[in-house]
Design a binder for this molecule. Structure first.
Ligand code: 0RA
Length: 640
């Protein structure tokens, strides 16, 4: 094929990315914008996984420009036969070039998120690459979505090796914002540092007068991740030792799969199992996580039976008993991962289940046999969990007997709707008596029910099961929703297809939101997975102009409105401190009326994010809290 013909094809490929960016990076909002950075970082991490790169630096520069540099071998610069272009130009202009170009035996990796560097190029105003290798500094530049501005050329000599990629995301694509967020990128780098031991990752922010920088590098890798998670949640290890393994195996198709696991029990009642494939957090789990749980269940039960901790007449431990108080990180590397699920974060490769189950099983069994004292402490903890489960089951049965499905037993705090059709029915969970009153009076009685919560919701992360099921507010929630709880939860039985959490837009409100999300996450997970849980977004401001009410849901809307109405500086507006300040009609119009309100469906990543925000806001550590509040005061609507 002639070079020009190839060239046209290349531009058509990149043009397709610009036409439908969502297909390649999910969306063109905050997450999509940051996806560009993840993609370039992934390429550098690949080089680190290959054993040639020890340091990656991300620099946030003025004008929404970002640079990702690594000290690897440098992207190859020689000509790829099939394209007639330099290897670097090939990877940056050909869609899905990842892994497909075998040139003299080396593989040009396409990044672990799999969309490839060319997608980043296609969505950038300009992108340039400096490559240091073979004694030279090579330079190539693209503009306007991947058009070549400057073919690869030597611009100097250098004795170092590495790759430096700099780009500016295209404002025409990322219309919402092209501003990178320090904390989001720094969190991502920290996660990568935990997952890739000894790899040094740094973020430098030189956008403001005061530079900000953070560096992450962990010799202990995921072992240090476990300690970090425990510390964040203020948990005390049950035994100091972590159960750890790193093993590679070859599957039937001769693929090399590596499995790294670390786990440790703590004295709490909750569990945290994080799984990763190729450094991607598999939020929805998948076959690797299933294999891990199979092994855990099998080995613990066999050991307990063998050593007579479980008598012959006693029931097996359930996986929930075994998980209680466990923090585990499972990180596998797979050359050909298949992702499934709503958010493509569930590993689907079926061969992985068995591989992980066998490896983890062997290692766990070895640990128990070699450390009988520690094993005893762990098994005793599981025995306690199992006893508490049986007691909780009893308490729950009492709650359920009380609930039934008849209106007479519904809690007094619930103002139910008239409709019996769950598809049409909505439950508003409202905090505080006065807000509850407005919501009850303002609602559409036909389809909208209101459950008023008194005071704070119990933190289910910190309480025992018995305690949780005895709690009145939790009991009311379970009864109102009417579909049981925990393993007995049957999402098909829920009485409302929309469960809407409506709280004040302040610190207490977000606290209650997080507590409720935690409750749903732990005890009615299917409700979240099936998309039944929502958060209401009440307005923050009201502006009265020529006898008309205007509501604004955030600061930028307020600014936009002031401009639109040409309001003078100092024109009065009302800032709602809480829902209780709105009367029934106002509350209905702004937050409950399906045709005007703003509600957002809760996804699993919201739950994770809420969890993170919550720990920062409520944790003992004052420094990260101050920092968080300073960085996010506008986003989080925090009243201080
Ligand atoms: C394939 C082969 C070689 C280097 C790379 C890929 C590479 C790619 C990226 C992307 C970002 N940083 C990178 N660093 C290296 C080199 C093969 C050789 O030198 O023989």
């Amino acid at each position: 094929m002639k070079y020009t013909a190839k060239n046209i094809q290349v531009l058509e490929g990149l043009e397709a990315v610009r036409k439908r960016p969502g297909m390649y990076i999910g969306n063109t909002s905050f997450a999509g914008l940051h996806h560009l950075v993840w993609e370039i970082i992934d390429n550098a991490v690949d080089e680190a996984l290959a054993g040639f790169c020890s340091e990656i630096i991300v620099t946030l520069k003025k004008d929404d420009v970002v640079t990702i540099s690594d000290n690897g071998r440098g992207i190859p610069t020689d000509i790829v036969e099939k394209t007639g272009l330099s290897a670097v130009e090939t990877v940056y202009t050909l869609l899905h070039a990842g892994g497909k170009f075998d040139n003299d035996g080396y593989k040009i990796s396409g990044g672990l998120h799999g969309v490839g560097a060319s997608v980043v190029n296609a969505l950038s105003e300009w992108l340039e690459v400096n490559i240091f290798r073979d004694g030279y500094n090579f330079y190539i530049k693209f503009h306007d979505g991947g058009k070549i501005a400057n073919h690869l050329e030597k611009i100097g000599i250098s004795d170092k090796t590495g790759t430096v990629v700099t780009f500016k995301p295209d404002k025409n694509i990322f219309t919402e914002s092209t501003k990178f967020d320090f904390k989001t990128i720094s969190n991502h780098l920290q996660e990568l540092a935990f997952l890739n031991k000894n790899l040094k990752l740094t973020i430098i922010d030189i956008r403001d007068y005061e530079n900000k920088t953070e560096t992450f590098c962990y010799k202990g890798g995921i072992k240090e991740y476990i300690a970090f998670l425990e510390k964040e949640k203020n948990e005390t290890p049950l035994i100091q030792q972590q159960i750890y393994c790193e093993v590679s195996a070859i599957d039937d198709k001769k693929q090399n799969i590596s499995v790294e696991l670390s786990m440790r029990y703590n004295t709490s009642y909750s569990s945290k199992i994080l799984s990763f494939c190729n450094n991607i957090h598999t939020l929805e789990g998948g076959t690797h996580e299933e294999g891990f749980k199979l092994a855990l269940n099998r080995v613990i039960n066999n050991y307990a039976r063998d050593k007579n901790f479980l008598k012959e007449n006693e029931e097996k431990f359930t996986i929930d008993d075994i998980k209680e108080g466990l923090t585990a990180i499972l990180s596998i590397k797979h050359p050909n991962p298949q992702y499934e699920g709503q958010t493509k974060t569930k590993l689907g490769n079926s061969e992985v289940r068995k591989i992980v189950s066998v490896i983890v099983g062997e290692q766990l069994e070895k640990f128990l046999l070699e450390n009988p004292q520690e094993a005893k402490i762990i098994i005793n903890k599981i025995i306690n969990a199992s006893a508490a489960r049986l007691a909780a089951k009893h308490a729950r049965e009492l709650t359920r007997q009380k609930s039934g499905l008849n209106v007479a037993t519904l809690p007094g705090k619930l103002a139910d709707c008239q409709s019996n059709n769950p598809e049409k029915s909505e439950l508003f969970i409202v905090e505080g008596r006065s807000a509850g009153g407005s919501a009850k009076n303002g609602r559409n009685r036909e389809t909208q029910a209101v459950l008023t919560l008194r005071g704070k919701v119990l933190n289910v992360e910190k309480a025992s099961k018995q305690h949780i099921f005895k709690n009145a507010e939790i009991g009311n929630l379970i009864t109102a929703i009417g579909a049981g709880v925990e393993n007995d939860f049957d999402v098909a039985k829920i009485r409302y297809h929309k469960i809407i959490i409506m709280t004040d837009a302040d610190i207490d409100g977000s606290h209650i939101q997080v507590l409720l999300l935690t409750f749903f996450f732990r005890f009615m997970k299917e409700a979240i997975l099936k998309g039944h849980v929502y958060i209401a977004n009440p307005p923050l401001y009201k502006v009265v102009f020529r006898q008309k009410d205007f509501y604004c849901y955030n600061d930028s809307e307020l600014e936009a409105l002031k401009k639109e109405l040409s309001l003078k500086t100092g024109y009065p507006y009302q800032r709602f401190k809480g829902l209780g300040e709105m009367d029934a009609d106002q509350l209905f119009d702004t937050s409950m009326n399906p045709s005007t309100r703003k509600i957002s469906r809760v996804t699993m990543s919201d739950v994770e994010e809420a969890d993170r925000v919550f720990r920062i806001l409520m944790g003992e550590d004052v420094v990260p809290r101050k920092e968080f509040i300073n960085n996010n005061a506008d986003i989080a609507n925090i009243d201080i």
